[in-house]
Design a protein around this ligand. Sequence first.
Ligand code: ARG
Length: 261
Amino acid sequence: MKRIFNLSLCVLSAALLLAACGKQEPKTTAAAEPKVYLVGAEATFAPFEYQNEQKEIVGFDVDVMNAIADKAGFKIKFVNTPFEGIFNFLAQGDRDLLASAITITDERKQTVDFSEPYFEANQLIVVPKDSKVAKFADLKNMKVGVQSATTGDEIVQKELGKSNPNIKRLESATLVMKELEGGGVEAVVSDNGVIKNYIKNNPSEGFRFIADPEFPKEYYGIAVKKGNADLLAKVNQGLAAIKADGTYDKIYAKYFADTAK
Ligand code: ARG
């Protein structure tokens, strides 16, 4: 009796084994295409993200994001995306990530999740060299240009009043600087990296910048759709790895060699 039982057990397990083997996927010749994560960036924000002559999106954020993706083992593609409403692209699933010199703020944290900070920044005021402006409060009754929906926009709205017609809100930092060149505004408030890069590359415009101690420190983060913990963990893991092995410092030096960290 015992032997019969043992025997049938043996037959049963052999059958199960065979069934399991039979279930195995047949070996495919071509490997399945890996998922390519779409990264949104408003690409008129040099040196963080801008288009080169071939219309490719390049810059500090692109190098950082590529290095992170390499380390964490995923593929990415940058897609030019308007800044105003940029967070909706994550919610709707049209972008997987945003790397666009985005300042981490409490308000934004309500809608998206951010990686660990990857860059420290602050706002600066840009004015023509002969301007009388010395500090932020001096902009009170002036025409001021900002990129819509940015932290510069927020800060200026707070100081000048939300619906103050003196605030000129435009869709890109490039347009805002053009406005200053043309005299349509008397000052611009924007991120330090972008302002310094602009002044360096356009010395003939005769602009200078002012740092006001009133402006708080800002930290850029990479955003994912709220709750996308898997992708966020990969991004943070990659970011930690490129910080640890010197890759981040190399990228930083490539873009900001002449600026103190
Ligand atoms: N750091 C600022 C913010 O988060 C400006 C970012 C603008 N970025 C861009 N790629 N245009 O509001």
